[in-house]
Design a protein around this ligand. Structure first.
Ligand SMILES: NC(=O)C1=CN([C@@H]2O[C@H](COP(=O)(O)OP(=O)(O)OC[C@H]3O[C@@H](n4cnc5c(N)ncnc54)[C@H](O)[C@@H]3O)[C@@H](O)[C@H]2O)[C@@H](O)CC1
Ligand SMILES: Nc1ncnc2c1ncn2[C@@H]1O[C@H](COP(=O)(O)OP(=O)(O)O)[C@@H](O)[C@H]1O
Ligand SMILES: [Mg+2]
Length: 419
């Protein structure tokens, strides 16, 4: 888009107006006034300033009443080249546009021409408008990796996940966190499942926990857990953790001691649902990622009731407990305690398979460990997770795609995002 405005004024008219001592202060902006004051307010220059303002008002199509004249200043650079400096309403009218000005005068008249053009082409603007919100969140939060950066720049995630019988949940959350760029992923798990998970995720480091003979968390393990937490920049708790006394003590320890962002999923949610007021005493910023069944446990209602009132329940839970809530399923919702809401547009029923949620939890936690604010980490991960699901459905079918395939799709998607 190209805008143009011109104006011509008789210098004698301006000279007459300047007999009023307030005239210059009324029409000239601060810098413009100072520049002209240094030159003793030559009438032809004041007239050129006036013309430039009028020409700008014609270019933007408002006329002189559309902004305050002082907001469109005609300034001269060191080489005498004129330019427009826009503030306030005038700057607002000029959003996304650049303006160039040219002025001239004879002994009797002064004239100005203003030309405006889009900094971005119409096509670029409409393309940006069409970018889905989730993708915009992702692009804003995923900074390119600096050439001299090292693993210490990309956070350290502690995953407290897995139990005998659910080693896969620990492996999937660990692997998806690794694939989302975290510098170090440390997974704390029962010693018995360590060989399985380590063989699936050799890049991770591990803290091995032993239940005491009574099935509780041993004192030695509490020390290991505290020490792992003190090194972490974020922590994920709950995927495949089970609900043993060991799991309960682990969840409670993490909630009480962590001061880094926490992602609570699956059994982490099931365990706190028995005493949700405990969440109010947690110092760390928290994200909870329930599916409708887990949400029903948190609210002591049924999954059907949750599905009928998804937005209402998600908003009130997030507000009342001061947490970010990710209510999963078709059109997953991400809600902040302040009421910010993201409704996801990606994903498909091919993802309705055990393990998809463990993959998502690892992704959110990975971004949080890298320092992304928790709302963006959650909304960006939900969008990317669903996008991976849609790509998998396209190549593998909804029926045959697996949660581990979602992790396998991430490299292609990061390439497309330029990260
Ligand atoms: N390979 C593994 O090790 C896996 C371990 N998993 C772990 O298994 C444990 C139990 O989790 P589950 O989620 O399987 O069991 P849950 O009993 O928590 O949830 C299943 C129930 O929730 C309800 N529900 C779930 N999604 C729903 C939806 N979209 N709409 C309506 N109702 C819905 C249904 O009633 C369903 O029967 C967790 O610790 C979890 O992390 C699972 O993640 C599956 C894979
Ligand atoms: N019909 C669907 N449409 C879109 N996403 C879905 C659908 N069904 C499941 N998902 C996604 O798959 C994931 C399932 O998570 P969850 O139920 O916790 O699985 P699990 O605990 O077995 O790993 C969630 O992110 C959910 O949004
Ligand atoms: Mg789950």
């Amino acid at each position: 888009m190209l805008l143009i405005g011109t104006d011509l004024v008789e210098i004698a008219r301006i000279r007459k107006s300047m007999r009023n001592p307030l005239f210059c202060a009324r029409i000239l902006g601060k810098s413009e006034y100072e520049q002209l004051a240094r030159r003793g307010f030559p009438a032809q220059s004041v007239a050129a300033s006036f013309c430039a303002k009028e020409a700008f008002s014609k270019a933007v199509g408002t006329g002189l009443s559309g902004f305050c004249l002082r907001e469109a200043e005609l300034l001269r650079g060191p080489n005498g080249k004129p330019r427009l400096q826009l503030t306030g309403k005038a700057a607002h009218l000029a959003e996304n546009m650049r303006f160039s000005v040219s002025v001239t005068h004879t002994a009797e008249t002064a004239a100005a021409t203003v030309v405006g053009w889009n900094e971005k082409s119409e096509m670029q603007i409409s393309e940006e408008r069409d970018v889905p919100e989730g993708r915009r969140i992702l692009l804003n939060m995923l900074k390119p990796r600096g050439p001299e950066s090292n693993k210490g720049c990309y956070g350290r995630l502690l995953c407290v996940c897995g139990s005998e019988g659910m080693a896969g949940a620990a492996a999937m959350s660990t692997l998806s966190a690794l694939r989302c760029g975290t510098g170090i992923v440390e997974t704390a798990l029962p010693r018995s499942i360590y060989p399985i998970v380590a063989s699936l995720a050799p890049e991770a480091v591990f803290t091995l926990l032993d239940a005491s003979p009574g099935g509780d968390l041993a004192d030695r393990d509490l020390e290991s857990l505290d020490s792992a937490l003190s090194r972490a920049s974020a922590c994920l708790v709950g995927c495949g953790l089970g609900k043993s006394p060991f799991a309960r003590r682990t969840v409670s320890r993490v909630l009480q001691t962590a001061d880094v962002p926490l992602v609570l999923d699956a059994d982490g949610i099931n365990i706190v649902s028995e005493h949700i007021d405990e969440l109010k005493t947690v110092r760390a910023p928290l994200v909870l990622t329930p599916h409708p069944g887990e949400m029903a446990r948190l609210l002591r209602t049924t999954p059907e009731e949750v599905q009928k009132n998804r937005e209402l329940f998600a908003r009130s839970f997030a507000r009342d407990l001061g947490v970010i809530l990710v209510l999963k399923g078709f059109e997953t919702l991400v809600v902040s305690p302040q009421g910010k809401l993201y409704r996801n547009t990606t994903g498909n029923p091919g993802m309705a398979k055990g393990g998809s949620g463990d993959v998502l939890a690892g992704m959110i936690a990975s971004f949080a460990a890298q320092g992304v604010d928790l709302f963006s980490a959650a909304a960006g991960a939900v969008y990317l997770h669903g996008l991976a699901g849609d790509r998998c459905a396209g190549t593998l079918s909804q029926c045959a795609m697996l949660p581990t395939d979602l992790i396998g799709k991430l490299p292609e998607l990061f390439l497309e995002l330029g990260r």
